[in-house]
Design a protein around this ligand. Structure first.
Ligand code: ZN
Length: 98
């Protein structure tokens, strides 16, 4: 089976089928998971139950990069706000930090 037939997702944002891990048999309640679509069902795995899949490393690196970029952006908005006194940029800032 090819690696391309897998999808990677996370709970509770999305779910596929019964959400029972086919390695350990337990329910996938939260966190990242891998899914493969079969004609009649979805086959799902906990991230930790298919940790040897190299795609997780790629996903982790991408999300770290996105988070770093988001932090730089927030910082830039703060600097701009202070410099120019523009208040209607607040929607760019995370609410919990103000
Ligand atoms: Zn599992």
């Amino acid at each position: 089976m090819s690696q391309k037939s897998y999808q990677y997702s996370s709970m509770p944002e999305t779910s596929h089928g019964r959400m029972i891990c086919c390695t350990c048999g337990k329910r996938i309640k939260d966190g990242r998971y891998r899914v493969r679509e079969r004609p009649d069902e979805y086959v799902t795995w906990h991230e930790e139950c298919c940790a040897d899949d190299p795609m997780w490393e790629t996903i982790r690196r991408n999300s770290e990069r996105e988070e770093a970029r988001r932090q730089r952006f927030i910082q830039a908005v703060r600097v701009f706000k202070e410099e120019w006194g523009v208040d209607d940029l607040d929607h760019y800032l995370p609410e919990d930090l103000e």
